[in-house]
Write a protein that binds this ligand. Sequence first.
Ligand SMILES: Cc1cc2nc3c(=O)[nH]c(=O)nc-3n(C[C@H](O)[C@H](O)[C@H](O)COP(=O)(O)O)c2cc1C
Length: 193
Amino acid sequence: MNPESFNELARNRRSTFPDQFAEGSPVDDAIVQEIVTNALWAPNHGKAEPWHFTIFSGEGLKTLSTWQSELYKETTPDNFKEATYLKLQKQPLQASHVIALCMKKTPNKNIPEWEDLAAMGAAVQNIYLGVTAYGLGGYWTSGGVTSREKAKEYFNLGPDDKLMGFFLLGHVAIPSTGAKRQPFDEKVTWVRS
Ligand SMILES: Cc1cc2nc3c(=O)[nH]c(=O)nc-3n(C[C@H](O)[C@H](O)[C@H](O)COP(=O)(O)O)c2cc1C
């Protein structure tokens, strides 16, 4: 690793969505274990390590597909959309692995929630970078049943914990293109004196 290769990794990391995955070619569990191990090494305040990851693979993806689509149906009495139901069924089956991203609030009262959430963001960025380094693709989704209170039960989360969505990953069939960022000077200010 040299600085230039890290710069390239950080800047060329892109979200890759399930329709872009090469279906039916699973990533080795050992690689996913390495990628998630990187998440465990993310910075976190007070040694809280405020995360738990549940990894769905193989037949587990069918379990996720059924569970999340049925939970969506059950908890959407008014605004139910068939397209969303079908998407929640389909997406896990397009992925090689899906990682549920759970924040476990540290009991340390001196550490506010935002710090645990920020640590989760750092952990997921490590997942993103690892996925990119292994030549794979993936994306973080906060949609679907993420915000449903009932989804927390499935992952044994308490009232102060949070389900922060899912990271879907797989081999890439169609790479992402066309990413843009605002210029440096628009987003950054120096203080030099
Ligand atoms: C906290 C968070 C939640 C996200 N949730 C979604 C989502 O629900 N659906 C989606 O399509 N993309 C989601 N994304 C991915 C963004 O769409 C993606 O990062 C953005 O388009 C920038 O593209 P890039 O990751 O290739 O730089 C999420 C990203 C973050 C950081």
